[in-house]
Every structure is written in structure tokens, then in C-alpha cells.
Design a protein around this ligand. Structure first.
Ligand code: NAD
Ligand code: ZN
Length: 359
């Protein structure tokens, strides 16, 4: 439920077969052109099946395949999509289908937000991480000077998460997605944290019904937070738990070294350390955070010697930072998260040292 519009998030096993029916149920008629945007890894795995079922239902589908990877969240790729769309004769009634991870979702979503002043789009996430990125309507691309500098709020028509996609996901990408699942649990729900601890093995072994439950719970947290605050004036900022240090690590390593999840995993440990220092959170928060993240094979320490100056500089530029102060999302305990402004540089330096020393 957002102020702009309510929409549905469907999570299930083998849900993809329902796509044509769901389109019709959302009043997408077969005379409306569909523009399927996907990436070079997902295309050979899934595009043919989807194309077949959409064409069988009578839809006219145009496909755009972008190179896989973060580099495609760029003005150049966006421009290519505009060209493809115009050549394919897309118009205001056309509908975009974003089939892929967060990169495809963010890029195709921004394309949909801007093409002819905005056309509808459907999110069909194929990575675990994209259970997060596909909900909430934040879409956008990167500038060469920084991540997510251009974007829009554009809510999808609906979100369809077929858990079966995760069977083909590379291990490291699965692990990356667990970081956002753990984040959703930590910021919102003690019971969800306990459930993740208990079901860790099944999740790592890709037990589909258990994955389905984790995604469902993660989506519920994301939905609760963004429904209250579509445009991030307040509570939505807690979704950035672990992201201040996380984004800094991604940036100093030029997005080549860490996956997003690995970076925010380390960031959540840093946030826990700061929470103990600044909010008097119990010191067990650090240990609990690390233990759970390690169970999901996520890193909890900075193993490379990235310079503190470079990391601090990115944190200062963080879009959430106000008046040049350092802003962090901190946690008094699981489920009690808040935005804290004006954190001193000295405290952050201490945390960076601890993260690097392993202490
Ligand atoms: P991604 O889209 O690059 O996908 C990761 C890799 O997995 C890619 O190589 C992709 O081709 C491959 N892949 C995707 N699905 C697959 C499948 N089912 N089988 C095999 N391979 C598959 O990365 P991501 O981690 O999904 O998303 C990261 C992006 O999401 C970042 O750009 C980040 O900024 C963005 N994001 C956005 C939001 C938001 O609210 N909009 C939130 C979090 C993250
Ligand atoms: Zn994230």
C-alpha cells in the first residue's frame, strides 16, 4: 500500500507460469506491446520459456538484452533501451517486464518511469537480493561519479517472484541476497532472526519452500517499511542499515571486489559496533550479528587495507548525510532501529580499525 497506488507482491514456486494470467488480471490487454528487459545471463536461462507462454497468450513481446553486471546501470544502456523501444514502436500503452536481478529492475524501472513520461512496469526478480530491490518503487541508474545518482520513484504494476529462479543463481549471488534478508530480520523482527538461525542450513542448501518463506518474510518487512514512507522522509531510511559503511566499501573498491550483500554484511557489523558505542546497545549485538552473518558465509571483517580517508570521504558524500555530518542507521536491539545524525569522525575511525583488526 503506497500513497501512489497499492500493488501486489506474489511469491511462490513455479509462479512464472501465472504471468500471462496475472497480466490480464492487471488489465494488460494483448493489444498492448510488452517490452521484456533482461540481462545476458538470465536471457539464455529463462527468456524462451517466458516468451513462449506470453506469445501463446497472444501478447506481442519485444526483448532487450543488456550485458549482465552493475556497469549496465548506466546512461549508455538506458539510451540503448530508448532506441530499442522507439524502433519496436512502443507507445504509452506498452508495458515493461523487468526480468533479472536488481540491476535489470533498477534500469528497466527507470526506463519505464521516463519513457513517454512513464509507462507501467512489472518486476520479475530473479536474484534473492532482488526480493528487496523489486519492492518500493526506487528505480535508477549510476553516474560515473557515483551510484544511483539519477532515478525516480516508480511503483511496479505488480511483483512476481518465482522462487525457482534461485536454483540457477551462482552461490556468491545467493549469499549476497542473504545479507538483505538478514538485514530485514534485524531491523524489524526478533522472531524472523530466530527463524533464520534455525533454518540456516536448509536455506543455504536452497530448500525451495524454506527459501519461499524467507523471501515472503523479507518482503513483508520491506512492504511494512515502504508503505509507511514511500518517499523516504522518515522510517524508510532504516532500510539502509549496514549501508553507510557498505556503500563506502563498494565505492572504494570500484564495485569490483564485493557483492552488494558482502559489503553491507560488513557494514551491519560496523553499525552494530557503533550502536554499542553510541546507543548503549548490549555488546552481544555485535556477536549476534556476526554469528548469523557467518552462518550465511558472509564476511564480517574488512580484509583489504582500503584507506580510512577514502572510506570516510564516501560516507560524507552519502546521500543520507545531512550538513556534511555522518549519518548512520543504528540499532538499540533487534527490531529497534533508528537514524542517528552527527556521528563523530573519531568514532567511525575506531570502528573501521576494529573491522580491520578483527577485534
Ligand atoms: P544483478 O542484477 O547484477 O544480479 C547478480 C548476477 O546474477 C548477475 O550476473 C545476473 O546476471 C545473475 N543472475 C540474475 N538472476 C539469475 C538467475 N536466476 N540465475 C543465474 N544468474 C542470475 O545484482 P543484484 O544483486 O540482484 O542487484 C544489485 C543491484 O540492485 C544494485 O545495482 C543495487 O544498487 C540495486 N538495489 C536496488 C534497490 C532498490 O530499492 N531499488 C535495493 C537494493 C539493491
Ligand atoms: Zn541494499
Amino acid at each position: 500500500q503506497t500513497k501512489s497506488r497499492p500493488y501486489s507482491v506474489f511469491v511462490g514456486i513455479d509462479l512464472l507460469t501465472q504471468l500471462p494470467i496475472l497480466l490480464l488480471r492487471h488489465e494488460v490487454q494483448t493489444k498492448q506491446k510488452l517490452f521484456l528487459v533482461t540481462d545476458s545471463h538470465v536471457y539464455p536461462l529463462y527468456a524462451n520459456g517466458i516468451l513462449g507462454s506470453l506469445q501463446a497468450a497472444g501478447y506481442d513481446v519485444h526483448i532487450a538484452v543488456i550485458p549482465a553486471g552493475e556497469k549496465s546501470k548506466s546512461l549508455e544502456t538506458l539510451d540503448q533501451l530508448y532506441s530499442d523501444a522507439i524502433k519496436a514502436g512502443l507507445d504509452r500503452s506498452s508495458v515493461v517486464l523487468a526480468l533479472g536481478g536488481g540491476v535489470v529492475g533498477d534500469l528497466a524501472g527507470f526506463f519505464a518511469a521516463s519513457f513517454m513520461r512513464g509507462i507501467p512496469f512489472v518486476q520479475i526478480p530473479t536474484t534473492l537480493l532482488a526480493h528487496d530491490s523489486s519492492i518500493g518503487g526506487k528505480v535508477g541508474i549510476n553516474h560515473k561519479l557515483g551510484k544511483n545518482y539519477m532515478g525516480a520513484f516508480h511503483q511496479p504494476l505488480f511483483v512476481l517472484f518465482d522462487v525457482k529462479f534461485l536454483a540457477s543463481l551462482p552461490e556468491r549471488e545467493l549469499v549476497s541476497g542473504f545479507a538483505e534478508v538478514v538485514k530485514h530480520a534485524f531491523i524489524w523482527d526478533k522472531q524472523f532472526v530466530a527463524w533464520l538461525e534455525g533454518n540456516n542450513k536448509a536455506l543455504m542448501q536452497r530448500d525451495l519452500p524454506i527459501l519461499e518463506e524467507a523471501i515472503y518474510q523479507g518482503c513483508k518487512v520491506k512492504i511494512s517499511v515502504v508503505s509507511d514512507d514511500e518517499r523516504e522522509n522518515g522510517i524508510r531510511a532504516i532500510l539502509n542499515y549496514g549501508h553507510t559503511i557498505g556503500h563506502a566499501l563498494e565505492s572504494v573498491s570500484e564495485y569490483q571486489f564485493y557483492t552488494h550483500g558482502e559489503a553491507i554484511s560488513i557494514g551491519m557489523v560496523g553499525a552494530a559496533m557503533l550502536s554499542v558505542d553510541v546507543l548503549d546497545a548490549p555488546s552481544s549485538l555485535i556477536q549476534d550479528t556476526e554469528t548469523l552473518l557467518r552462518k550465511f558465509s558472509l564476511p564480517t571483517r574488512i580484509e583489504n587495507n582500503w584507506s580510512d580517508e577514502a572510506l570516510l570521504q564516501v560516507m560524507k558524500r552519502d546521500k543520507k548525510a545531512k550538513l556534511g555530518n555522518y549519518t548512520f542507521v543504528l540499532s538499540e536491539e533487534v527490531g529497534k532501529t533508528q537514524v542517528v545524525n552527527g556521528i563523530s569522525e573519531a568514532k567511525i575511525r575506531e570502528v573501521l580499525q576494529k573491522l580491520k583488526r578483527g577485534g
